[in-house]
Design a protein around this ligand. Structure first.
Ligand SMILES: Cc1cc2nc3c(=O)[nH]c(=O)nc-3n(C[C@H](O)[C@H](O)[C@H](O)COP(=O)(O)OP(=O)(O)OC[C@H]3O[C@@H](n4cnc5c(N)ncnc54)[C@H](O)[C@@H]3O)c2cc1C
Length: 428
């Protein structure tokens, strides 16, 4: 790999970090009405809405605020769900899938609304997204999806045949695509930094590098032990998604944490960068181990992501694998340097759907399956409604949330699943 001499193992989005204020010396209050654990989009959106409703809220995170997945992702603010619509309909019925899809559209509006409300400078733009067909059969599936989105969901998307794909992507790897113009792109770290600043301005108590280690139920409320002391809370929101650990065993049995890796090229001349994705779309393909890619908001770099292939290898070695994947899409970038490589954790559920609810007194929303920029924000707001005992109008609330059989947090089945997925991706 031709690595740039400036190669860094940090997210492109955090160089420099958009949030300059430190919250590590803020003292942990002895009590709070609502304790939010996790400072990504879910927790921060919930904290903002609760504070605006006059609730006393404390938001803690074991890391620096807003530096986990919510600052490391592709910034693809997508319509739709991670699971295919047909599969959801087969399991849950026509009406339910309609509601869930409508909420996915609303979730993109929610991000747009919050960005406007907080005047967050985060390059939010409705670039549209492109789902590219890796196999000819996938293109036939995309054509069926387009018809269905039109007929059943009243949502307009567009089919782009392989012969016209050059107007959207300078690659001959794919067999056509589905374009959804409603999706957006955002600078994810500026977005979460803006949300944290909004929460700060509203008076949410913000404490970083505070790990919730144990939750004890009291007659009323909870006592929470952290590495910085114990505090009590009337209500708790768990917003830990891919970083969910032993604190909440019930959730851990329902969520598999998976790492995704992204690389960013060095700055490219406009005549090299712009034709890669001429209309600036957010792109992902139809493989099980999908690639996702986009241009940086300034249009100067290609950002490319996919599964972290080998957690035991160094970030540099994994970046080499990702570089080769990038070349399978854009062979012409063979002598381009890679300046950044980083990874983050995603939360996957058995039905590939996010889940929001209350279990054993704890409110939670997680399991976005790589589709969380818009949905985590949206469901974070819904959590705030739930805590205030308002009826949260979301169809996600009563989805059956099944434990993964024979699983308590150690995904022993991963090698088998990965081998199956790789084989399916290779087969014609
Ligand atoms: C590399 C990558 C690329 C992605 N690309 C996209 C994309 O393009 N589009 C898209 O829609 N989605 C994407 N995603 C997914 C998206 O980033 C997530 O779904 C979303 O950020 C989840 O937000 P969250 O607030 O629920 O969780 P997070 O942002 O992960 O925050 C969870 C927080 O909980 C904290 N925490 C955990 N346990 C504790 C504890 N015990 N005490 C205190 N704090 C704790 C963690 O430190 C962390 O900060 C991507 C994810 C990754 C990793």
């Amino acid at each position: 790999m031709l690595r740039s001499k400036n190669f860094k193992e940090i997210p492109y989005w955090l160089d420099p970090p958009p949030l300059t204020k430190s919250f590590s010396t803020n003292s942990l209050p002895a009590r709070t009405d609502v304790l939010v654990i996790g400072s990504g989009y879910t927790g921060t959106a919930a904290a903002i809405r609760l504070k605006q409703a006059g609730v006393d809220v404390t938001l803690i995170d074991m890391a620096k605020l807003g530096t986990a997945a919510s600052a490391r992702n592709g910034g693809m603010t997508l319509t739709g769900l991670s699971e295919g619509l047909t599969k959801i309909e087969n399991k849950l019925g026509k009406e339910k899938v309609k509601q869930l899809f409508a909420e996915s559209l609303e979730s993109v509006n929610t991000v747009e609304r919050l960005v406007a409300e907080g005047s967050i400078d985060c390059d939010f733009q409705r670039y549209g997204h492109l789902e590219t067909a890796f196999k000819p059969a996938h293109f036939e599936d995309l054509k069926r999806d387009q018809e269905r989105l039109h007929n059943q969901f009243n949502h307009e998307t567009h089919i782009i045949p392989a012969s016209e794909l050059k107007t959207e992507i300078d690659s001959s790897l794919y067999h056509g695509a589905l374009l959804d113009p409603i999706s957006a792109g955002v600078h994810p770290a500026k977005y979460i930094a803006g949300l944290v600043s909004m929460a700060d301005d509203l008076g949410v108590k913000l404490c970083e590098e505070v790990t919730a280690e144990d939750i004890e139920h009291r007659t009323t409320g909870f006592s929470v032990r952290t590495n910085r002391g114990t505090m009590s809370a009337d209500e708790i929101i768990v917003a830990t998604n891919g970083y969910t650990g032993p604190l909440t065993p019930w959730l851990r049995k329902r969520l598999v944490s998976t790492e995704s890796l992204m690389i960013a090229t060095e700055e490219l001349p406009a005549e090299v960068a712009q034709p890669l994705i001429p209309r600036g779309r957010m792109i992902y393909d139809t493989k099980r181990f999908l690639f996702y890619f986009r241009l940086s908001p300034d249009g100067k770099r290609l950002l490319f992501g996919g599964r972290l292939k080998s957690p035991r290898k160094t970030p540099q070695q994994n970046a080499e694998y990702m570089f080769r994947d990038m070349l399978s899409v854009y062979p012409r970038l063979h002598d381009v340097g890679i300046e950044y490589a980083w990874s983050g954790k995603l939360g996957f559920t058995m039905d590939r759907s996010p889940h929001i609810g209350k279990h054993n007194g704890l409110y939670y929303s997680l399991g976005y399956c790589g589709h969380g920029v818009a949905l985590a924000t949206y469901l974070g707001e819904k959590l705030a409604e739930m805590v205030q005992r308002k009826n949260p109008a979301t169809a996600f609330v009563d989805l059956p949330f099944k434990a993964i059989p024979f699983y308590r947090g150690n995904p022993w089945f991963r090698p088998f699943v990965y081998a199956y997925f790789s084989t399916m991706d290779r087969l014609a």
